[in-house]
Ligand binder design. Structure first.
Ligand SMILES: *[C@@H]1O[C@H](CO)[C@@H](O)[C@H](O)[C@H]1NC(C)=O
Ligand SMILES: *[C@@H]1O[C@H](CO)[C@@H](O)[C@H](O)[C@H]1NC(C)=O
Ligand SMILES: *[C@@H]1O[C@H](CO)[C@@H](O)[C@H](O)[C@H]1NC(C)=O
Ligand SMILES: *[C@@H]1O[C@H](CO)[C@@H](O)[C@H](O)[C@H]1NC(C)=O
Ligand SMILES: *[C@@H]1O[C@H](CO)[C@@H](O)[C@H](O)[C@H]1NC(C)=O
Length: 583
């Protein structure tokens, strides 16, 4: 017997309970967090004892010590084992289908590889706090696995459609009085926490899908084979409604890896997280080979304040020829900055994008300062519809404040369309060059540490979650944007008065493209490029050079933030300051 359940139990109302079924003992499916990362804060770390059902050997319920942190549920025999890293298992909760049966205090996690049956311990020594870390999936199970158990599992794409626009509820401690429990026969009081906290509600879709392109790229490109395309004016139809400055911010999509690094005592393990972060910055490009970002004009800026992710980001176009974009992000857990310029080369069928510049990350907890290079990107089949993107080359990551460990990550060039596509491999070596850790995976999908089959998942792109597709609905028609990408160019009435007029969100050509007005966008783009040429001429005529507003050149030629942006934004406020008219 199969039964589909309504997938909105945890955020339907303050009772937080599902109304899908009159049967009080039915399973309810927990969902939400991974699918709606922008609206929520990660729950705090939770730990304690739970009962775990074992099938073999010694069938039955066993006490195990669990730690829920950053979406991973780890467990060991005792809390002390867990501290020493002697794990019995580690579950990526966000990738699992989770169902709970409140009355019996049963939790079920289906990770695809394994099905875990957990139960809250009934004992007067604890007030058990269980924080539900949920997934965007629907499944349906009918019985608590303690008794005879049948398992039916369904994944539904409908789950996404039912998520409300604004998840403004805060689910406070919910109390459940248990009358009896099948296994322990005790009457106890429990607390179940659903801590889903809304920060702001953000848009979930672009105002308009991508227009169907009618331009002949070949006519534009055939005269430019082998040339640097950054100097060639391209029609707006080739663009996505995002800007290179915003794409930099997108590289922070998985900044929680840096949060984890700042918490990790072991320098080699820290390097694993930093390297995985560096790899994860390529994940969003997978769906984006179809179009290119807008080139920022000189003096253009972009800010992104994400209290939900714990960072504030700024970027500025600091040079025009060659085009150089600089960015800087601050968090309590890390600082991230980079300046990058690209060389784009068209080879007849593919376009190679060769970046120059260095990415920096510092971790305040350890005084680490990591540096790495970006690898080469290549858009294949650029003239046909079937464009796909590949990244290849070697990334060397070093901590310039300590030579204790180094990391080399290879983005493997695919031999052909095969299973080896998008592969990455990395080694973390010590002072003597001995390999301490190895990582492997795919830059668009996941990274693992160790050797198969015992390798541990360090990161998974939300895009490739196994249970449901957390990409926005119809993302193919909307430039392949992830939820974060959809949010990057959003301009609301609260933000508007706070931004400098140079902020990318005010760029009319990009906004018009976002709204689906290609002709208007093209017109504005040409006007903006003309304005840029005129400003350049004025500077030349007056023997002046452009001075970036929020970045300065450091001693060794890298662009670093001059740490004035957020202060000036607050006082006197950008509305009271002069900015050049860029558009
Ligand atoms: C810093 O990292 C910790 C551990 O991951 C996390 O709990 C915390 O929210 C992060 N702080 C910020 C400001 O992001
Ligand atoms: C990260 O580093 C900062 C600075 O040392 C520290 O204040 C913060 O607590 C660290 N975060 C964690 C989760 O350890
Ligand atoms: C322009 O500036 C440079 C260096 O600042 C100076 O050497 C040069 O004489 C100036 N030229 C004019 C025409 O003012
Ligand atoms: C730093 O920022 C301020 C404010 O925008 C600017 O006036 C100043 O020129 C900048 N300083 C440097 C050294 O770039
Ligand atoms: C910049 O200078 C610092 C210290 O002088 C040095 O350690 C670092 O490697 C330099 N970075 C680059 C990209 O040259």
């Amino acid at each position: 017997r199969k039964k589909m359940m309504s997938p909105s139990p945890t955020h339907s109302d303050s009772s937080g309970s599902s109304k899908h079924d009159s049967n009080q003992d039915s399973w309810e499916i927990v969902e939400g967090l991974r699918g709606l990362p922008a609206n929520m804060q990660e729950p705090h770390r939770q730990e304690g004892l739970l009962l775990k059902r074992r099938k073999w050997p010694m069938k039955g319920w066993h006490k195990r010590y669990f730690l829920l942190e950053n979406g991973f549920l780890k467990y060991a025999k005792h809390g002390s084992d867990l501290k020493k890293g002697k794990l019995h298992g580690c579950i990526d909760v966000g990738l699992s289908v989770m169902s709970i049966k409140k009355k019996a205090m049963c939790i079920d996690l289906d990770t695809e590889d394994n099905i875990y049956h957990l139960k809250v311990i009934l004992s007067h020594y604890y007030t058990h706090q269980l924080q539900i870390f949920s997934t965007d999936c629907v499944s349906s199970k009918q019985e608590c696995p303690g008794s005879s158990h049948s398992l039916v599992h369904q994944v539904s794409n409908e789950s996404k459609a039912s998520i409300p626009e604004s998840m403004s509820e805060f689910f406070d401690a919910q109390e459940y009085l248990l009358s009896s429990s099948s296994s322990e026969n005790e009457v106890r009081h429990y607390l179940l926490f659903f801590s889903v906290v809304t920060v702001t509600s953000r848009r979930s879709t672009l105002p308009s899908p991508s227009p169907t392109s009618s331009v002949s790229l070949w006519n534009i490109l055939r005269n430019n084979i082998g040339k640097d395309l950054s100097k060639v004016a391209m029609p707006v139809q080739l663009n996505e409604p995002l800007n290179t400055l915003q794409r930099f911010c997108e590289e922070l999509e998985y900044s929680e890896l840096l949060d984890r690094a700042n918490q990790t005592q072991d320098p080699y393990q820290r390097m694993v997280y930093v390297a995985t972060f560096a790899i994860s910055s390529y994940a969003s490009t997978y769906h984006r080979a179809g179009s290119k970002p807008f080139n920022p004009v000189l003096g253009e800026t972009y800010e992104c304040d994400r209290p939900d992710k714990g960072f504030r980001f700024i970027a500025e176009q600091v040079s025009h020829h060659p085009p150089v974009s600089a960015c800087h992000a601050d968090s309590k857990n890390f600082t991230f900055w980079q300046d990058v310029r690209w060389k784009n080369k068209f080879w007849g069928k593919s376009m190679e994008i060769v970046p120059m510049g260095t990415t920096h990350v510092t971790l305040p907890a350890f005084g680490d300062h990591y540096e790495w290079n970006k690898v080469t990107s290549c858009i294949h089949n650029i003239l046909s519809g079937q464009r796909w993107i590949e990244h290849y080359g070697e990334m060397a990551i070093k901590n310039i404040n300590s030579d204790a460990c180094q990391c080399k990550v290879t983005f493997v060039k695919a031999k052909s369309w095969s299973s080896t596509v998008n592969e990455v491999q990395g080694v973390i070596t010590d002072l003597k060059g001995k390999v301490v850790h190895s990582i492997f995976g795919k830059w668009h999908e996941s990274v693992f540490q160790g050797d198969p089959p015992s390798a541990m998942c360090i990161w998974r792109a939300t895009v490739f979650s196994v249970c449901a597709d957390p990409m926005p609905v119809d993302h193919e028609q909307y430039y392949g944007f992830t939820q974060l990408a959809v949010e990057l160019n959003e301009l609301n009435s609260m933000l508007r008065p706070l931004l400098p007029t140079t902020d990318t969100r005010f760029r009319p050509d990009q906004r018009l493209l976002e709204e689906g007005n290609t002709e208007g966008a093209e017109e504005q783009k040409q006007r903006i490029e003309q304005l840029q040429r005129e400003r350049k001429k004025v500077l030349q005529d007056n023997n002046m050079t452009h001075q970036p507003r929020f970045f300065k050149k450091s001693k060794n030629d890298t662009w670093v933030s001059n740490n004035t942006y957020w202060e000036l934004r607050r006082d006197p406020g950008f509305g009271k300051m002069d900015f050049p008219v860029l558009w």
